[in-house]
Design a binder for this molecule. Structure first.
Ligand code: ATP
Ligand code: MG
Length: 753
């Protein structure tokens, strides 16, 4: 290990005072947090606490974030004395002092108006002293960090459902109440002018009363202005609601997506996943759009219906009957529409997958000139989707067409009927009130029909919801991520009868694998393609945990280890490594808190990347585009190695990390391997045996089983498969030794066995 790595404290869970005491205040904060965690039965690893160089002064937010990363629940709040007294907690509370120190509040006694505090110590010992409000206020201004163990599955187990989405919307009920209130007034404002106009117009005409006309005009203008203002305000509120709900949904969806296990993404087309995410927004639009609209309409009906019945019960009933008929017609179409919508959706998914796949593999598409093949596939799916869409659209036209006459009845028909009733009953109904009624009935029919439209849309959204759920409600990996042991790793590996079969596969990828290596081993893995080398590294990273047998790291069964902790202690470099958009430095740091430029340079040096980075015009600030086209394969690989090394992992996995490199870059990386491997366990998968010669142990895999374990010299001696591979790859050397030009290696191989 590098001398600069002193910050890693060895030993288990004991606090190395020097390693923590970067800041005077930090020390007691951390100790306090550790003590509370221990109270809850969890040992935090203080060595993982790092401060961002940009903000070297610790803030409650940084502490809280760290505690959360460690899998506990934490929250920084500001409390008043009275709140502190009444705090309902199940454990000690961390009070942050003005001077940067901290104390633990272990108990509060509201009756006596005192709290009991003590200095934080890891052991949990120490003297408890009572403190009253006055004394505390001199040293404390209200900052508190609440810490407890993760409540059982709290938010992680929330899955996507209508219930969940509605809950998100209902969280805005304060605003929704205002919306409803505004809607009531708006409705009122639209009815009153109608009533006034039609009752007054006759008088104006009969008596030629200019002043009445003026009054009516003023009232109308005021009503219209108010109406406009309120409608605007309501629109504003609705925007706020949908934006907030949208933000919450987006956070939820992304978190949920990231929590899905890797093998889910391997099994599922990325198009399907992308499509499903898009669907969530359709659902959101339904909820904040159509659903809210209907909700507003419902409040309008509350006013409109009574007014209508008051004006003319007979006419009102006919309107209600017409609306009922409309609902019936639409209801009949619901099922066929739903079936067709489902088909459209599936076709769209297929189409989308072609698009995503083509973009994803655009290099292959271009270099193999597959454009036309991809295009014709796209063409086919577009046609299929278009066809279905046309059918669905045509079908959806029918209910609209069939209900149109009924809708028109609500608008004009009632007037004719009203006229007829007025004539036959000889009552002197005024033309004004008849027109008023028809205008109101027009407004009533809309919301009534809206309910049925809502049902129709709901059917569509239900299908959509199913698709989104199929992706997002897969069991997340989170269970393992946030639970389990957090041992301090040394790096001894043990496979004890491990077998593993991939989902949907018949043959086991690993079949009763047994081996064990001590910490600090440089372990090589060789074997034919498909022999299970990568599978071993995947199991080690906890990507798949449903293996049989036992896989132990330092004697601790992997299934009981906290996944996040495990992966933080691993550095992994694959054949193809993804570099994110951003500077080289950002890529090496990878967003992990508390890493400095010094760490970056140290990691780059160890990875053999320093020299080429420094030759670049902008050095560590060189910007890397998506897909890193401005870097060579070797450079990309060395950055990836630096990225893995920067956290000084105890375990390092290199899976064909140098296979795609040119001999020179490969030699460079290989030359560093020994230095990289010092002080950690390395698992190196490589097809090129030459890069494994220095390994402390090499495992030869074949068809999922371990064929042999030994050093290079031993294996050449006794393992035929290894010897054959070695001779194949180093033919030229053998030839040179034997001085046989064009000599075939076959005789040598034949001797193998
Ligand atoms: P290579 O040298 O080609 O990388 P490998 O030794 O790393 O090969 P593995 O990737 O471990 O081989 O694969 C072992 C077996 O498991 C293979 O038969 C492969 O077909 C199968 N396999 C690997 N990954 C999956 C997967 N995601 N789903 C199903 N089967 C898989
Ligand atoms: Mg592999």
């Amino acid at each position: 290990m590098d001398a600069a790595d002193g910050r890693k404290s060895e030993g288990t869970g004991r606090i190395d005072e020097a390693s923590l005491g970067r800041e005077q205040g930090l020390h007691s904060w951390l100790v306090g947090a550790l003590a509370i965690a221990r109270y809850h039965g969890i040992d935090l690893d203080p060595t993982t606490f790092r401060l961002d160089p940009a903000t070297p002064v610790p803030s409650p937010a940084v502490l809280v974030e760290w505690i959360r990363e460690q899998g506990m629940w934490a929250k920084a709040v500001r409390l008043k004395w009275q709140q502190l007294l009444r705090l309902e907690t199940t454990g000690p509370v961390l009070l942050l002092m003005k001077d940067g120190g901290a104390v633990l509040m272990v108990e509060a006694d509201a009756a006596r108006n005192v709290i009991f505090v003590k200095e934080p110590t890891i052991s949990g010992g120490g003297v408890t002293v009572p403190v009253d409000e006055l004394r505390l206020s001199q040293v404390w201004d209200g900052e508190v960090v609440l810490i407890r163990s993760q409540r059982s599955d709290e938010e992680q187990d929330i899955s996507l459902s209508f219930g969940f989405l509605s809950k998100l919307v209902l969280q805005e009920r304060g605003i929704l109440r205002s919306v409803a209130f505004a809607s009531l007034i708006i409705t009122f404002l639209t009815i009153v002018p109608i009533l006034i106009v039609f009752s007054a117009i006759q008088r104006v005409l009969e008596y030629g009363s200019m002043s009445t006309l003026l009054l009516v005009t003023i009232i109308l203008v005021v009503a219209v202005v108010l109406d406009a203002i309120l409608t605007h305000a309501r629109g504003n509120l609705l925007q706020v609601v949908s934006t907030r709900v949208d933000a919450k949904i987006q956070l939820f969806v992304f978190k949920r997506l990231l929590s899905l296990p890797l093998d889910y993404f391997e099994r599922t087309q990325s198009g399907v996943i992308g499509q499903a995410i898009g669907k969530v927004y359709q659902i959101r639009e339904f909820i904040t759009g159509r659903l809210l609209e209907t909700f507003i309409d419902a409040t309008m009906l509350l006013i409109l219906l009574p007014v209508m019945f008051f004006m003319s019960a007979t006419l009102a009933w006919t309107v209600v009957a017409a609306a009922g008929l409309i609902m019936l017609i639409i209801a009949c179409f619901l099922r066929p529409i739903r079936i067709l919508t489902g088909k459209v959706s599936a076709a769209e998914s297929r189409k989308f997958s072609v698009l995503v796949e083509s973009l994803h593999g655009i290099k292959t598409v271009k270099s193999l000139a597959l454009e036309s093949a991809r295009y014709s596939q796209w063409d086919e799916y577009v046609a299929q989707a278009g066809d279905l869409r046309l059918q669905a659209g045509r079908l959806a036209l029918w209910p609209t067409t069939l209900t149109l006459p009924l809708q028109r009845y609500c608008q004009y028909g009632v007037m004719l009927l009203g006229g007829y009733i007025a004539l036959t009953s000889k009552s002197n109904a005024e033309i004004g009130s008849l027109m008023a009624f028809s205008m109101i009935s027009m407004r009533t029919a809309g919301p009534l029909i809206g309910f049925t439209k809502l049902m129709q849309d709901f059917e569509e959204v239900r299908a959509t919801m199913g698709e989104a759920q199929a992706v997002l409600n897969n069991p997340p990996e989170v269970r393992g991520i946030d639970r389990g042991l957090r041992p301090v790793f040394a790096g001894a590996l043990e496979f004890d009868g491990v077998s593993f079969t991939y989902q949907g596969s018949q043959r086991p990828a690993l079949d009763d694998v047994n081996f064990s290596v001590p910490a600090g081993t440089m372990l090589g893995l060789v074997g034919r393609s498909g022999s299970g080398k990568s599978t071993i590294t995947r199991l080690l990273q906890g990507i798949s945990r449903d293996y049989s047998g036992f896989l132990k790291i330092d004697g601790v069964e992997l299934r009981s280890i906290n996944l996040r902790h495990l992966r933080r202690n691993f550095g992994v470099v694959l054949q193809e490594n993804f570099l994110f958009r951003g500077s080289i430095r950002d890529n090496i740091i990878g967003g992990r808190a508390g890493l400095t430029m010094e760490d970056v340079v140290r990691a780059a040096r160890l990875a053999g990347a320093e020299e080429f980075i420094e030759r670049m015009p902008n050095g560590y600030d060189t910007f890397i585009q998506e897909g890193s086209p401005n870097l060579s394969g070797g450079q990309r690989q060395r950055i990836a190695i630096a990225r893995a090394l920067i956290v000084d992992p105890r375990l390092m996995i290199l899976d064909e990390a140098t296979s795609a490199l040119d001999p020179e870059s490969e030699a460079l990386v290989n030359a560093n391997l020994k230095r990289i491997g010092a002080g950690r366990t390395m698992v190196i998968v490589s097809h090129r045996l030459a890069s494994l010669v220095d390994c402390t142990a090499i495992i030869v895999m074949d068809k999922g089983t371990v064929l042999d374990v030994g050093t290079h010299a031993e294996l050449v001696e006794r393992c035929s498969v290894y010897r054959m591979l070695w001779l194949q790859q180093n033919r030229h050397m053998t030839e040179n030794q034997g001085n046989t030009r064009h000599g075939s290696p076959t005789p040598v191989l034949a001797q193998g066995d």
